[in-house]
Design a binder for this molecule. Sequence first.
Ligand code: GUN
Length: 293
Amino acid sequence: MELINGKEVAALLKDKIALQVLEMKENGGKVPHLAAILVGENGASETYVANKVKACEQVGFDSSLFRFANDISEKTLLEKIQEINDDDNIDGFIVQLPLPKHIAVDKIINAIKPSKDVDGFHPENTGRMVKNLPCYIAATPFGILKLIEHYNIETKGKHCVVIGRSNIVGSPMSILMARDGNPGNCTVTLCHSRTQNLRQFTLMADIIIVALGKPGFLTHDMVKEGAVVIDVGLTRIEDSSKKTGFALKGDVEYDQVAPKCSFITPVPGGVGPMTIVALLENTLKAARKEVYN
Ligand code: GUN
């Protein structure tokens, strides 16, 4: 069993990005600038956004954080997005999800200029992804592709089971693994909450990607010997022994599943750190106008 060390790979890739930023600066180019919009006071979102801002500093990007109270109107939020769309100094931006219930998420995402949509959530980018055209790939699936690539995990012709069909992870992941590319060229089964006898599919899987948000969902009896297991789950579980008051638990019952795997991601330190690097890469591409020009 080999542990997929996302923390280590992320650090390596961040160093590479930092070098490229230095080079851009030396050549008199513009410093990449990522902006984030954070609405309300969701603890997990606060942490994610703080980590994104910190990562920008680490690689030499400029960053801006726009914070709004939970009761911000949809109209004000749309106006802010328009302002950022028009701001030539900002190369890419994200609206941290989830948003409060009174705001229509799709309306917000559709308002983001596709060329600045470094989260890859706009239908223009999703559509381009499906058609294998230049696009921003959503950070979590993009980070997972990078991990698979880094560890030279063979995907061509393999059976990949994705569990979870969210817009952010499961759905794009299933498309990316099936695409003609490397990583890619898998036969993909997309399982979700309505799948009957899910175990019959996971037992056939060479690669399992779990993105459900159900701690410990994938157990040893669901995994065949030698499988690759990628755990996207990151649920906060109360734990008074921790400084923060909570521990992070993945969707995989790690201790029992790991011995059966050829590769497995831990939680934390697996997929999590890679999502941030993927976002940085998208921002670098935005600054260089590599996807849209
Ligand atoms: N919420 C959970 N994951 C993400 C993400 O990748 N981007 C944004 N904007 N919000 C999220």
